[in-house]
Ligand binder design. Structure first.
Ligand code: NDP
Length: 338
């Protein structure tokens, strides 16, 4: 049997990390945190001014960073992110496909061109990122991290097209992982699935809500909780991870009782996805970026700054649980046959 090429595990301080959607929210928090750990970071997004500001901030703090303007819906632009990273830093160790956006509104109210554009960014943006990352990392190895969502596993009303795109990201990521493993290409593929995170995401969303403006249903977690999970996976990749116990609970509930979960969503997920606390334009960032450069959103809900579940799930001990469970199953099966 041909031996699988070994991917050398690298500490963050020795890594070059590419992050798409790094001008705001989770991507911005991840870039800042990675730079604090000593990684060289390549930040990509459409918004030139925010990228320039955060790159300057990282460099002024002693870090190494490069900004690349790119719309991830454009495959050539994503190729240029990879080329710029190689030109500046000589290698890529981890590639994070994080860029994404949402549209709020009932599916019947969201026009087809907007639905397609959302898929161009959320799904095709990931496909483009994977294509470039695999091409550039396949010989030396690396880690590919795609940002899905808890709604990669569960759907929800009022963000139906967004949830569909995150289901597609999951399907693509899982297939890619299998193909790379089958072909013994030393790239680890991780799907990170955040619960609701307090970022400017709802402020950036295009809205077709009939009343109110977009909001995130609590409980919310801080973007740094996701950044921490992403960077743990960059050092010690896992297959997939839900960030936030609340999301994990919802996924478990949907697996065990899908019909009950539909009913729960119908009752619990309409009102909290709308607010009358503020006003905002309906346009969102679907076609062009909005300048704000913030990690946090303006929503005033209580925001948890850590997730015991996610930390435990990514701890070295819990990574042994599947092996322990398989061992136990083998012992039980052997005793049964005896
Ligand atoms: P933000 O709106 O704060 O950040 C989105 C980032 O994506 C921005 O940097 C934006 O930059 C970038 N982006 C959007 N469109 C494009 C594009 N066409 N090309 C390149 N970059 C683009 O949202 P979050 O930080 O919350 O979202 C980050 C990821 O996390 C997304 O994939 C989202 O789906 C996912 N997620 C978020 C959750 C949440 O509750 N916040 C929950 C689960 C998953 P610019 O506009 O400058 O291009």
């Amino acid at each position: 049997m041909k031996k699988q090429p070994k991917r050398t595990r690298k500490r963050l301080k020795d890594q070059v990390i590419v992050i798409t959607g790094a001008s705001s929210g989770i991507g911005l928090a991840t870039a800042r945190m990675a730079a604090r750990y000593g990684a060289r970071v390549v930040l990509a997004a459409r918004n030139h001014d925010d990228l320039r500001d955060v790159t300057n901030e990282i460099i002024n703090n002693g870090g190494k960073a490069l900004a690349v303007i790119a719309d991830v819906a454009d495959a050539d632009a994503v190729d240029r992110i990879g080329e710029a990273a190689l030109l500046e830093f000589g290698t890529i160790d981890t590639w994070v496909n994080n860029a994404g956006l949402s549209i709020y509104g009932k599916l019947e109210d969201v026009p087809l061109p907007d639905k397609r554009r959302l898929f161009d960014v959320n799904f095709w943006g990931v496909v483009h990122g994977c294509r470039t990352a695999v091409r550039l990392m396949k010989d030396r190895g690396g880690v590919l991290i795609n940002i899905g969502s808890e709604v990669s596993d569960v759907s929800l009303p009022l963000q139906g097209i967004y949830a569909a795109s995150k289901h597609a990201v999951k399907g693509y990521t899982d297939a890619l992982r299998m193909e790379l493993e089958h072909d013994r290409i030393p790239i680890a593929v991780t799907l990170v699935k955040p619960s609701a995170i307090n970022t400017p995401y709802p402020e950036h969303a295009r809205s077709y809500l009939r009343d109110g403006v977009p909001a995130l249903p609590p409980p919310l977690y801080a973007p740094e909780v996701v950044a921490d999970a992403i960077l743990r996976c960059a050092e010690r990749p896992v297959r997939d991870i839900v960030v936030g116990g609340a999301g994990r609970l919802q996924v478990a509930m949907a697996n065990v009782a899908p019909r009950l979960t539909d009913k729960f969503m119908e009752r619990a997920m309409f009102a909290p996805q709308r607010t009358h606390d503020r006003e905002q334009s309906r346009e969102g960032n679907l076609d062009r970026p909005q300048r704000d450069g913030r990690t946090r959103g303006v929503q005033r809900s209580y925001t948890m700054s850590s997730s015991a579940y996610t930390r435990a799930a990514l701890s070295p001990a819990s990574r042994l649980v599947p092996f322990a469970a398989a061992g136990l199953a083998l012992i039980v099966a052997r005793n049964y046959w005896r």
